[in-house]
Design a protein around this ligand. Structure first.
Ligand code: MLT
Length: 253
């Protein structure tokens, strides 16, 4: 069973984190969104969740479904950032009836290119050889935006230390899951719940042009571009993300 932080009472929000992090990347929103039951799990093998099971989006989504069953939660507003967005698409495939609203942040609907898959294989080999430091080396230069890099050097060291604590097996499984993920573009036009697409203006991993295209493909979706943020707006500009989520939540409940 996944390790999961559960805070507060009210309509449920499920926060799904990105790579190579854990539920910590949602801590400002978990702390701020009073009046809701905030559910923030660690995906298998990441953070404090045990490893085990295949490295697939299907496994991650079914584990999240089991976690909701265990908590007795019916429907959720589903929030996924980057890899968490890839997982959210899989949740929409496996248990669409449970998704009352959707937030897709700094993510993309298309699968890896052949070149992207080769890059995953190289990083898998490096992580196996050197552990989480290899993931930190690969990701740190691109994870946050220029504004954060220039203004919060001490916080960047904290971010790096957190990545370096991530277990190797969980990182390898996550890279396998991202490499093998299906094309979610055909899903976009079928999404019928209130949806927020959000992206950091300085995101170089999943840039704003991708978010704009995704928002155009989802009926009625709203688009928020967060100034002064790269790929991790939940941590780089937490208040702006919380505010955008509040607007989404008002549309849902
Ligand atoms: C993430 O932030 O979850 C990853 O950068 C996504 C990816 O590598 O495709």
């Amino acid at each position: 069973m996944l390790t999961c932080e559960v805070v507060g009472q009210g309509p449920a929000i499920l926060f799904v984190h990105g790579f190579p992090l854990d539920r910590w990347m949602w801590h400002p929103q978990v702390a701020a969104l009073d009046g809701y039951r905030r559910i923030a799990p660690d995906l298998p093998g990441l953070g404090e969740s045990p490893a085990g099971g295949p490295g697939t989006m299907a496994f991650y989504a079914s584990e999240l479904g089991r976690c909701l069953d265990h908590l007795g939660v019916g429907s959720v507003v589903l929030c996924g950032l980057s890899m968490g967005g890839y997982v959210a698409f899989e949740c929409l495939r496996q248990w669409p009836e449970r998704v009352a609203g959707l937030a897709l942040m700094d993510t993309r609907a298309d699968p890896d290119t052949e070149e992207g898959r080769q890059g995953r294989d190289r990083l898998i080999a490096e992580v196996r050889a050197r552990g989480a430091a290899a993931a930190a080396d690969a990701m740190m230069p691109r994870l946050v935006g220029a504004t954060t890099s220039a203004s919060r050097p001490a916080w960047l060291s904290e971010l790096r230390q957190r990545i370096e604590r991530t277990p190797t097996a969980g990182l390898v499984a996550a890279l396998e899951a991202m490499k093998g993920r299906p094309d979610s573009r055909p899903l976009l036009g079928t999404i019928s719940v209130p949806t927020l697409v959000l992206v950091g203006a300085e995101d170089v991993i999943t840039p704003p042009s991708l978010a704009e295209a995704m928002a155009r493909g989802i009926p009625g979706a709203s688009l928020v571009v967060v100034p002064g943020s790269g790929h991790l707006p939940t941590l780089e500009q937490p208040e702006a993300v919380t505010e955008a989520l509040r607007s989404l939540l008002r549309r849902v409940v």
